[in-house]
Ligand binder design. Structure first.
Ligand code: PXP
Length: 246
């Protein structure tokens, strides 16, 4: 069964719009996470950014204490973040590239260019019992480098696929890249997740991609929840994902 990890960053984005710098405020990303779990989500994803623009350190501690599914911490490969992960002990860390000016995570990690430091971080996190995933574009060289780093998972960046969704030729091309990357990853012993830009509308066409275990989805679920509530929004996404058999 294809699992859903709900990214609750944007609940914190709304809180920080009003309560930045304060020690409490609404809406609570932790309460949102609990509601996502009750609606059937299989995991909770949160990105602690260097500038703390949405999720802040106390959110992570509380998420770790209170959720009962898996906690997936997205973070940059920096000593500060590795220290925080080692203390908080999420189930899995997804290493992502991070630029201060970007609105969201724009591209995949350049694993080839940072193999040594990613390998060190991977060993250090695995050493304290945390699984490691690398967020990469569907590029075969990046998949091979991820296997050399020894990561347990890759998360395939579906942003280009989502952008191409309305142009049939481009969409076919992006799907083919995802299919080939997932196949190679599986052959090399990597487990495969995917995410970024996924919606109820564009997720079913992704089902041609084999070996997917989990989709990490944030913006579309939180956006839709404004109109139908978080429980219904999570359930709609689970329903959209339910036809996956590959
Ligand atoms: N996966 C990763 C690694 C991400 O950085 C993000 C965005 O924070 C997502 C998944 C979720 O993307 P979206 O908010 O577009 O669903």
């Amino acid at each position: 069964m294809l699992k859903l990890g709900v990214n609750i960053d944007h609940v914190a984005t709304v809180r920080e719009a009003r309560y930045r710098g304060r020690t409490e405020g609404e809406p609570s990303p932790v309460d949102a996470a609990l509601q996502c779990e009750a609606a059937g989500a299989h995991g909770i994803t949160a990105h602690l950014r260097e500038d703390r623009r949405h999720i802040v350190d106390r959110d992570l501690t509380q998420l770790r204490e209170r959720i009962s599914t898996r906690l997936n911490l997205e973070m940059a490969n920096t000593p500060e973040m590795v220290g925080i992960a080692s203390r908080v002990r999420p189930n899995i860390v997804c290493l992502v590239p991070e630029k201060r000016q970007e609105v969201t995570t724009e591209g995949g990690l350049d694993v080839l260019a940072h193999e040594t430091s990613l390998g060190e971080t991977r060993r250090s996190l695995n050493g304290v019992g945390i699984e490691v995933s690398l967020f990469i574009a569907p590029d075969l060289e990046q998949v091979r480098a991820s296997a050399r780093v020894g990561a347990q998972f890759i998360e395939l960046h579906t942003g280009s696929y989502a952008e191409s969704f309305r142009s049939p030729d481009l969409r076919r091309h992006e799907l083919q890249r995802l299919v080939e990357a997932a196949r190679l990853a599986h052959e090399l012993g990597l487990r495969v997740n995917a995410g970024h830009g996924l919606t109820v509308a564009n997720t079913p066409a992704l089902f041609v991609v084999p070996h997917l275990e989990e989709l990490n989805i944030g913006h579309s679920i939180i956006s839709r929840s404004i109109f139908v509530g978080l429980t219904a929004s999570v359930k709609e996404m689970l329903q959209a994902m339910s036809g996956y058999t590959a």
